[in-house]
Design a protein around this ligand. Structure first.
Ligand code: F0G
Length: 388
């Protein structure tokens, strides 16, 4: 007999740990179960004896981790009778919202910052059929507007202020624990609204019981302890490291900022929605926030592609950029295991990728590309040229 176990997405996989009932209609595209890739060349290149794993969230159905939260949020919106959803977005949330709305047969309204969204993400929102509002403003303006509009119109907000989003996103931590058999020592993430770092911590706290839970109240964000907390295993949880781009680093400045800037447009956010919770995550886990420059982000994106064959978008590379700084600063000891969340696929932002390789970036070699005639002689000459 053929053994078959068709994977049908993370809601079905983690049904017991999510707010779902047996007859809930699941709106799914088979998201989750993304690869946890052990980096082979970078630890050597960095001269460090550490285990580094990349959780490649760019392989979700719409190319980012947002699908984890969106399958949950749209499933609940539909269950509760919504005919429309709305979000503000730097791009990935809008792509995911548009896709899951299409799947559910409802309308997605998305608000995006004019000109500051990567081309792949815009193409997705358009193709999936979202109603798109480009605003002359940034993500933070969009977020304010979404909250105002939702008070006046019968639409469900699917930004991470919607608690179901974090419920879906926490499953990334479950997958990591199940694959490694334990939590890593450190977990590095890029931080924008800080929803994802919060969701990962919820996931770790629910899955792993810790002897000092009664001291820290881990996993209790003021709305009571999670109903899914119980702990399938006992052990250590990771230190959570949140990295921000220097021009968009409210957690480093200690206050909200008004004109965030960074090449990593996904995390061009000055007023994070999960401010208090993210501080609690970092404190409880014994981790920290740090900032990385745009140059460091772009260099990390190149390192991952050129030495590991893993292509993520710039915001995602902030996690590696920050890790490299912390390794160099001696903040992470030899023997540590580290997971990086690579939040989005490199194909999301082709302009930045090509801009890195067209010879216009200081200190970066131009991509090796020549245009030749379509005959054997020309191609052979070109190959010889490349070999010299
Ligand atoms: N990485 C990527 C690729 C993102 O798209 C985002 C957020 C983050 C990291 C940060 O995650 O906000 O939970 O701290 N993108 C949102 C969006 C804002 O609209 O797509 P966070």
């Amino acid at each position: 007999m053929i053994h078959h176990a068709r994977y049908t997405g993370l809601l079905d996989r983690y049904r017991d740990r999510l707010p779902l009932s047996d007859d809930t209609r699941l709106i799914s595209l088979g998201e989750g179960a993304t690869p946890l890739i052990r980096l082979q060349n970078l630890p050597k290149k960095l001269g460090r004896k550490v285990e580094i794993y990349a959780k490649y969230e760019g392989l979700n159905p719409t190319g980012s981790f947002k699908d984890r939260g969106m399958t949950m949020a749209v499933t609940k919106a539909v269950e509760e009778g919504s005919k429309a959803i709305i979000c503000a977005s730097t791009g990935n949330t809008s792509a995911a919202a548009a896709a899951y709305a299409a799947r559910a047969g409802i309308t997605a309204f998305v608000i995006i910052p004019d000109g500051k969204i990567a081309m792949g993400k815009l193409a997705q929102a358009m193709m999936y059929g979202a109603k798109i509002m480009q605003i002359r403003g940034n993500f933070d303006d969009g977020m304010r507007l979404v909250k105002e509009v939702a008070n006046h119109a019968p639409v469900a907000i699917v930004n991470s202020v919607n608690p179901y989003r974090l419920q879906g996103q926490k499953t990334a931590a479950f997958e990591i624990i199940e694959e490694l058999g334990r939590a890593p020592d450190y977990h590095c993430l890029p931080v924008g609204n800080a929803g994802n770092i919060t969701a990962h911590w919820i996931g770790y706290c629910e899955y792993i019981a810790s002897p000092d839970d009664h001291v820290t109240g881990a996993c209790d964000f003021g709305d009571g302890k999670s109903p899914y907390a119980g702990g399938s295993i006992t052990g250590k949880r990771p230190k959570m490291l949140g990295y921000q781009a220097t021009g968009s680093a409210p957690f480093m400045r200690g206050e909200m900022i008004d004109n965030p800037e960074t090449v990593a447009t996904a995390i061009r956010i000055g007023h994070p929605q999960s401010w208090d919770r993210a501080w609690k995550v970092v404190e409880e886990s014994g981790g920290w926030f740090a900032e990385v420059s745009d140059e460091e982000i772009l260099a990390a994106q190149r390192l991952l592609t050129q030495h590991e064959g893993v292509f993520c978008e710039p915001a995602s590379a902030a996690s590696l950029a920050g890790l490299i700084n912390d390794l160099n600063a001696g903040k992470i000891e030899d023997g540590s295991s580290i997971v990086l969340t690579l939040t989005g696929n490199g194909l999301k932002d082709p302009d930045t990728a090509i801009g890195q390789c067209n010879g216009e970036m200081p200190g970066v070699e131009k991509a090796t590309m020549v245009t030749v005639d379509a005959d054997l002689e020309s191609v052979r000459n070109a190959i010889t040229g490349f070999m010299d």
